[in-house]
Design a protein around this ligand. Structure first.
Ligand SMILES: *Cc1c(COP(=O)(O)O)cnc(C)c1O
Length: 370
């Protein structure tokens, strides 16, 4: 049985009539740039997160850069984030001209380990970006406590966690700002590129609106050097449709995650640990396995397609040669890189597919233990 890692075609088929109606509205009014659907989506997504404002931008990567710029974080400043993340988190810091510092992860949750945070702080540290990796919120209380006592800004990277909650509160409302991605494969994905920043601060929201629109405060008046980083109206129209389905899709991901956990209980896989008080949205279902590469190949031969998030840590990338890590070399992240495996996870999985994945993993272990 073929099992895709994500299945955006199946999802499209289930909502195509809604999508076509919304796209038709944009095309028939030619409202391609900052059309009504953009504000409509921003208001709906802000309300969904429980945030005062949402500002749509061109990508999750831009959301991070613009958040740094809006907070006046730049050259001479250090910004702390997790060592195990997608490279765009760190690029956002670097593009703003600041210096990234990478803190190792908690081996159970794969999120930034708050007990290491103090050791990463220097007089130049301005901000910390916790990443809600794989859809599980980072441990925000200790991070917020340390940030408050050391006078640091907090910006969430919520690109993998639309709708996840920490102590019953949705991500996107914990820091000064939160950054979201609407890359197609994310829990809430556009049909191209898109992103957003949420904030409760009126002034920061206004700064973001200026920065994303070529630094323009009113037509042809530019108080700052901005970007062309608007969320396209066509993408906002798609997101307006998909936002209505997000809770249902996240519930389906949760169900399939529970099934994997049940079916793989007695396997040799290290299964995900969910911190108490959090409700993850399972952007990814990530296991660890001693023979990861062999298992990956075995599953691919059966047309079961997995991913690795991430195979080469940021501090081992040429682009970030010499970046400071805490502790030196971020050993937990480095060790996990050769063991992590992301199983197929999307809302359009079937019960049979999940069983087939688990069965294949158990079969691999039986075959190779002989
Ligand atoms: C996807 C992602 C981003 C970047 O989003 P893009 O929309 O692809 O630019 C940033 N951070 C994390 C953790 C991500 O997963």
């Amino acid at each position: 049985m073929k099992v895709q890692f994500v299945d955006l075609v199946a999802q499209y088929q289930s909502i195509r009539h809604e999508i076509h109606a919304e796209l038709e509205k944009v095309m028939s009014t030619a409202s391609f740039v900052l059309g009504p659907a953009v504000r409509e989506f921003e208001d709906a997504f802000a309300a969904y997160c429980g945030s005062r404002h949402c500002v749509g931008v061109a990508s999750g990567a831009d959301a991070l850069t613009l958040a740094m710029r809006a907070l006046d974080v730049g050259p001479g400043d250090e910004v702390i984030t997790a060592a195990n993340t997608f490279i765009a988190t760190v690029n956002g810091i670097a593009h703003a001209g600041a210096t990234p510092v990478l803190v190792d992860i908690d081996p159970a949750t794969y999120n930034l380990d708050p007990t290491l945070l103090e050791r990463a702080i220097t007089p130049r540290t301005r901000a910390v970006i916790p990443v809600h990796l794989y859809g599980q919120p980072a441990d925000m209380d200790p991070i917020l406590d340390i940030a408050r006592s050391r006078n640091l800004l907090v910006v969430e990277d919520a690109a993998q966690a639309h709708g996840a909650t920490y102590k019953s509160r949705k991500v996107g409302t914990f820091g000064a700002m939160a950054c979201f991605s609407f890359y197609p494969g994310k829990n809430l994905g556009s049909y191209g590129e898109g992103g957003a920043v949420t904030t409760n601060d009126d002034l920061l929201a206004e700064k973001l609106r200026v920065l994303r629109n070529v630094g323009q405060s009113e037509k042809y008046i530019h108080p700052v050097i901005g970007y062309n980083s608007r969320l396209q109206t066509m993408q906002a129209a798609v997101l307006n449709v998909k936002l209505r389905h997000l809770d249902d899709w996240n519930a389906r991901r949760r169900h399939f995650a529970d099934r994997y956990t049940e079916l793989l209980q007695d396997s040799g896989c290290a299964l995900p640990t969910v911190m108490s008080g959090v409700e993850p949205v399972w952007h990814l279902y990530v296991i660890q396995h001693d023979r990861r590469d062999d298992l990956l190949r075995f599953l691919a031969e059966k047309q079961i397609y997995c991913g690795i998030h991430y195979p080469v840590p940021i501090h081992e990338q040429q682009a970030y040669k010499g970046v400071r890590t805490v502790p030196d070399g971020a050993p937990i992240t480095s060790r996990a890189a050769s063991r992590l495996l992301s199983l197929p996870m999307h809302p359009d999985l079937t019960e049979e597919q999940v069983k087939a994945v688990a069965k294949a993993i158990l079969e691999f272990e039986r075959d190779t233990s002989r």
